[in-house]
Write a protein that binds this ligand. Structure first.
Ligand SMILES: NC(=O)c1ccc[n+]([C@@H]2O[C@H](COP(=O)([O-])OP(=O)(O)OC[C@H]3O[C@@H](n4cnc5c(N)ncnc54)[C@H](OP(=O)(O)O)[C@@H]3O)[C@@H](O)[C@H]2O)c1
Length: 444
């Protein structure tokens, strides 16, 4: 796929000197206008109203049909509105965008910056697609744009990459960035349930949306990976170019097979610089049972950041939920207030993306006529030069599963072999291929 350098085209706002904290604001609280009174917006408002901080003052709440959102514990001085122009024309210093989605959130953020307000957002969709353009606009208007809550909930992944580890050359990001998939897979592992059963439970507990497509197909995690990779590798990364695999094909048998080689299954987001390319992927993978990612359960997030000199740094914790995400949002509000942590908005070169090369796990499901299938599998793998590391113990009565671990080879070779395997008589489903990733701290 031919990719071009990313050059944002934006309207030229009135030039203002780039200042981090306006002196007048330093003498009084920063006025905060909140857009979106949903799960996260409400949790942020609770922190600002119930545990007030002298430096942050909630002045506006914007939402569609706002009357039904009113609550008694928000101070009477706060203006409730469904007219975004009232926010943009107000004296608010910071617009806090917690509406979600691309439209109208992108336009609201853009207009807020153009009207001289800093912006804090938790919106991974907007920041994955329009991040460089909006950061440049923030720089040109002398405002701040912070988006720490868009990745990792309360886990400060972006802060670590942009500040704590920014003195190193970062080489790899590998982690669990989607709490919904982590809940589903860790539940399947612990309770032996089917994916449909674990998803249903996640929905009942409010960990998964009624339409969980973007979680299970990896798009949500790919947006977050693109945002982190952009900061870590100082390059533009298109979330839609990152190869993704859905978790929907994972069966309870895959956890039993994985255990035979000391592993479990997690949705892993992986991005690694190799020369001038970024090897990246999002999808289910085998990870060691006793590793940081293998130990991550429920809707937690866990991320390993590898630096040239710092080695591996592990960050783990609550990756989603109103209150944990609100903590990240309030931290960003304080950072805007203190004038710390701004990201430089330099023009970024688009990094070409390639799939990750690794050892793989293969599972074939067979029904009916099975004789000769196993020897045919060996022959097809050998024809493609794919070595078998281990034949896993077979299982199943009506549907027989056969599991293998395969030596490292290129994803293109694997796909060709998988195509042939799926045509074998007796093979009832598309063969499942999952990368086996080493996620111990310090592993090569
Ligand atoms: N929830 C989490 O755990 C979590 C974690 C990390 C990041 N985030 C991010 O945080 C942001 C907010 O998420 P959330 O979970 O709080 O979402 P949410 O519960 O759906 O809240 C969104 C709020 O915005 C309002 N809204 C949506 N579209 C609007 C529009 N066009 N005009 C006016 N108001 C509108 C909604 O009003 P209605 O009530 O009318 O729908 C709702 O009150 C998203 O970007 C999300 O990705 C969430």
């Amino acid at each position: 796929m031919a990719l071009t350098a990313y050059v944002p085209s934006i309207p030229q706002p009135a030039k203002r000197p780039a200042s981090r904290v306006q002196p007048a604001v330093a003498q009084r609280p920063s006025k905060i206008a909140l857009l979106g009174f949903g799960t996260v917006g409400r949790a942020v408002a609770e922190i600002l109203c119930r545990e007030p901080r002298p430096e942050l003052q909630l002045t506006h709440v914007f939402n569609r049909n706002v009357q039904r959102k009113r609550v008694g514990w928000v101070h009477d001085s706060v203006t409730w509105t469904q007219d975004v122009n009232e926010i943009l024309n107000s004296t608010a210093d910071v617009v806090l965008e917690l509406i979600g989605g691309l439209d109208p959130a992108y336009e609201f953020i853009r207009r807020a910056l153009l009207s001289g307000k800093s912006v804090v957002t938790a919106n991974k969709h907007v920041m994955a697609k329009y991040g460089p353009e909006l950061l440049l606009l923030a720089h040109q208007t002398g405002q701040r744009l912070e988006y720490g809550a868009s990745v990792g909930g309360a886990v400060p992944v972006l802060t670590a990459v942009q500040q704590g580890l920014s003195g190193d050359r970062l080489l790899r990001i590998c982690g669990i960035l989607n709490g919904t998939c982590n809940y589903i897979l860790s539940n399947m592992e612990r309770n032996g349930t089917t994916l449909a059963g674990a998803l249903h439970k996640a929905q009942q507990l409010g960990y998964a949306e009624s339409d969980p497509s973007d979680d299970v197909n990896g798009l949500d995690a790919a947006c977050k990976l693109a945002i982190v990779a952009r900061s870590a590798f100082h390059a533009q990364v298109n979330a839609f170019h990152i190869p993704r695999q859905s978790i929907l094909e994972i069966q309870p048998a895959d956890f039993r097979y994985a255990r035979q080689v000391g592993c479990t299954v997690r949705q892993v987001s992986h991005a690694e610089l190799t020369g001038k390319r970024l090897c990246a992927s999002v999808g289910p993978a085998l990870v060691p049972l006793n590793s940081a990612l293998g130990n991550s359960i429920d809707n937690d997030n866990a991320v390993l950041i590898r630096g040239e000199k710092s080695g591996d740094t592990l960050l783990a914790g609550k990756g989603a939920g109103g209150q944990p995400t609100a903590v990240a949002v309030v931290s960003d509000l304080l950072s805007v207030r203190q004038g710390s942590g701004a990201e430089s908005p330099s023009l970024l070169t688009m990094l070409p993306i390639a799939p990750v090369k690794s050892a793989h796990y293969l599972r074939l499901s067979m029904s009916g006529k099975r004789s000769g299938v196993i020897s045919a599998v060996r022959r097809i793998l050998a024809d493609h030069g794919i070595g078998i590391s281990k034949v896993l113990e077979r299982e199943g009565k009506n549907t027989l599963h056969a599991g293998y671990t395969l030596q490292s080879c290129s994803p293109a070779t694997l796909n060709k072999a998988a195509m042939q395997l799926s045509k074998l008589e007796g093979v009832s489903q598309r063969p499942l291929l999952l990368p086996i990733l080493s996620t111990h701290i310090g592993d090569k």
